[in-house]
Design a binder for this molecule. Structure first.
Ligand code: HEM
Length: 206
């Protein structure tokens, strides 16, 4: 394959983290539905759902550390930080593109490079996701896994009802996120371009 008009945007650790995480989330959602709606669903036993959910939960937690350490040790975490001086106009421009421009064939206002990988909307979404929502989901999951061991931290967060509500609320959020995220992932220069790039690392310039 010639790499002349290609840019290497997704280093290997990021790709490993991403697909382990994505597969993990699919399994967590499938087992999560069975656990949450045990009285209506029966595609697996409650015990099996809990066992798989716990194991996959720990794999996803370990995987998060791969993302975290890779990005901080290499300093590449900078790509997640929005440039606050130009942030708001860039978000508006990007939203106009997704809401309108894309349908009349306008060019994407953001041009992806390895150092400037995300558009303003991605930065906003991914910073929230990776610094707040994913950690909160992993921590509340860990606490619910062993309430006795973490009882003082659970009390600190306001008790088991609060911890469980956060976990279930974020669960719904992630179900929605994955649908929107997978749709946006088809909006490259072809429907599969971003998807393939997330496997090979190379994105084509257009
Ligand atoms: C089947 C499910 C999924 C598919 C098909 C998918 C697809 C993709 C694709 C194509 C990209 C590259 C384009 C981009 O940078 O926006 C990407 C990046 C990303 N995805 Fe996903 N994804 C999935 C699940 C998830 C989940 C569950 C999470 C987090 C909870 C997630 C978080 C991210 C993040 C943070 C990036 C940017 C990674 C980086 O370059 O640092 N994805 N995804």
């Amino acid at each position: 394959m010639s790499h002349e008009n290609m840019e290497y945007v997704h280093p290997l650790p990021v790709r490993i983290w991403h697909w382990v995480n994505a597969a993990g989330f699919v399994l967590l959602i499938i087992t999560g539905f069975q656990i949450r709606f045990a009285e209506y669903l029966g595609y697996m036993s409650f015990e099996a759902a809990v066992t798989v959910h716990n194991w996959v939960g720990f794999i996803v937690i370990a995987d998060y550390f791969l993302w975290f350490f890779y990005y901080f040790i290499t300093g590449k975490i900078r790509i997640y930080y929005p440039d606050l001086n130009t942030f708001i106009p860039r978000v508006i421009k990007q939203a106009q593109f997704y809401g309108y421009g894309i349908f009349i064939g306008d060019e994407n206002p953001h041009h992806m490079t390895a150092e400037n990988k995300f558009n303003a909307m991605q930065q906003k979404a991914y910073v929230m996701l990776m610094f707040i929502l994913v950690p909160l989901q992993l921590i509340t999951g860990l606490f619910l896994w062993d309430l006795t061991r973490f009882s003082s931290l659970v009390d600190f967060m306001g008790g088991v009802k609060i911890v469980d509500t956060i976990h279930v609320f974020l669960f719904y959020f992630f179900v929605t996120f994955m649908i929107v995220h997978a749709y946006l992932a088809t909006l490259g220069h072809t429907a599969t371009a971003h998807m393939i790039a997330m496997f090979t690392g190379w994105e084509e310039h257009h």
